[in-house]
Write a protein that binds this ligand. Structure first.
Ligand code: FAS
Ligand code: PHB
Length: 388
């Protein structure tokens, strides 16, 4: 097979890039090592920036998001037993859309199928080759090794994929911060405790009240790295969540059986550069952020925006400038989002070495936020997403 662009990874990055390329008449194929159902079974992000929703519309896959997504004009911070709302709409003129990554991925998969996009699932040992010369990708399926020749390879295969591994010794510089805790998350078919998200700072640890619809909620509590999900019954989770919320919220909480329960580790990671000849790192393949700032999926979208512009100009306008600028343009926005996610994580989580002094400092910063328009505006413009 020969295509113009070979995309490794069928998550949000790969599917969004693939659809934009297909819509522009640029021939591409998506390869993934697992199948559709496995990908759709992973519960991940929930908050979309307006840039992400615009790209979904551009891909022609935004209809269900507009029909079922929830527009949120703000979110709340809770600490010291009280709550303060950050009014995103008043502070920035923008809102965010609450719509699960699972649904977004499903919509993009359906759109790809409807527009005849090529996708190869259960492709084993996908390997990018010769991206400094005549690039190609190999993979194994049904006991046969296949080869796909291409002009470019988009490494959309996440934090543990073949693309980042292939460039690790090709001059890649890694920047990493590992946090000493994780998030225990629960998905349940219960009505959300509030109409917006609540991020809670508590001496026992961070908690987050999120949602997927008016009847399906997503909750998280910070846990130590030694924790095992099998040691957490649903009741133990709900009890711990209640302890970390203001009394009125804890009393209003509707609990139920978990549909999914998992622990996600938290870390910040950035690979520089994001381009290696004709191979480009996109989304989690190039960077990972702690989910505190709801940036992971949204950064993948802005990477796709920059790379698609580069590929479109290369093929349609015969110019290289945007493609050559991909890495620097994407990294400029990535680092600002990495900083924001790091700062929100520092502000809201209990660190082992925090001590009482550290807790007071966090509470003082949160208290300052509630009284300073400038501080709220800075938080709000980062949360809704900085310009592309
Ligand atoms: P993805 O990891 O989504 O997709 C990569 C794809 O590549 C996968 O389908 C995988 O099967 C495939 N792949 C991997 N290696 C391969 C190989 N060698 N060959 C072929 N295919 C390969 N972000 C938020 O904003 N909020 C959240 O709450 C949040 N929670 C998260 C929880 C977890 C456990 C994780 C891991 C991430 C979370 N994220 C969250 C971040 C997440 O949403 C990512 O930003 C988003 O999935 C990035 O999308 P992709 O870049 O497409 O990578
Ligand atoms: C989620 O709903 O999964 C979610 C929302 C906001 C975050 C992190 C996760 O900051």
């Amino acid at each position: 097979m020969r295509v113009q662009v070979a995309i490794i990874g069928s998550g949000p990055s790969g599917l969004l890039l693939g659809q934009l390329l297909t819509n522009a008449g640029i021939d591409n194929v998506i390869l993934d090592r697992v199948d559709r159902d496995y990908i759709l079974g992973r519960i991940r992000a929930g908050v979309l920036e307006s840039g992400t929703t615009r790209l979904l519309d551009e891909a022609g896959a935004g209809a269900r998001m507009h029909a079922e997504g929830l527009i949120h004009d703000g979110f709340s911070l809770s600490f010291s037993g009280r709550r303060h709302r950050i009014d995103l709409k008043r502070l920035t003129g923008q809102s965010v859309t609450v719509y699960g990554q699972t649904e977004l991925t499903h919509d993009l998969m359906d759109r790809r199928e409807a527009t005849g996009g090529k996708a190869i699932y259960n492709a084993r040992n996908v390997t990018p080759h010769d991206f400094g010369g005549a690039p190609y990708v190999t993979y194994e399926k049904d006991g046969v090794t296949h080869r796909i020749d291409c002009d470019f390879i988009a490494g959309c295969d996440g934090a543990h994929g073949a693309s980042r591994a292939a460039v690790a010794d090709k001059g890649m510089k890694a920047f990493e911060r590992v946090y000493p805790f994780g998030w225990l998350g629960v998905l349940a078919d219960v009505p959300p405790v509030d109409h917006e998200l609540i991020y809670a700072n508590h001496i026992r640890g961070f908690a987050l009240c999120s949602q997927r619809s008016l009847s399906r909620s997503r909750y998280y509590v910070q846990v130590g790295l030694e924790e095992k999900v099998e040691n957490w019954s649903d009741d133990a989770f709900w009890d711990e969540l209640r302890r970390r919320l203001p009394d009125d919220v804890a009393q209003a909480l509707v609990t139920g059986q978990s549909l999914e329960k998992s622990i996600a580790p938290l870390r910040s990671f950035v690979a520089e550069p994001l381009r290696y000849g004709s191979l480009f790192l996109v989304g989690d393949a190039g960077h990972v952020v702690p989910p505190t700032g709801a940036k992971g999926l949204n950064l993948a979208a802005s990477d796709v925006h920059y790379l698609f512009e580069g590929l479109r100009d290369f093929y349609l306008d015969k110019t290289d400038a945007a493609l050559d600028a991909y890495s620097s343009r994407a990294l400029a926005r990535i680092w600002k989002a990495v900083r924001f996610s790091w700062s929100m994580t520092q502000l809201l989580h209990r660190f082992p070495d925090s001590g009482d002094f550290g807790q007071r400092i966090q509470e003082a910063e949160l208290d300052y936020l509630t009284t300073s328009h400038a501080a709220q505006e800075a938080m709000a413009e980062n949360y809704v997403g900085l310009p592309y």
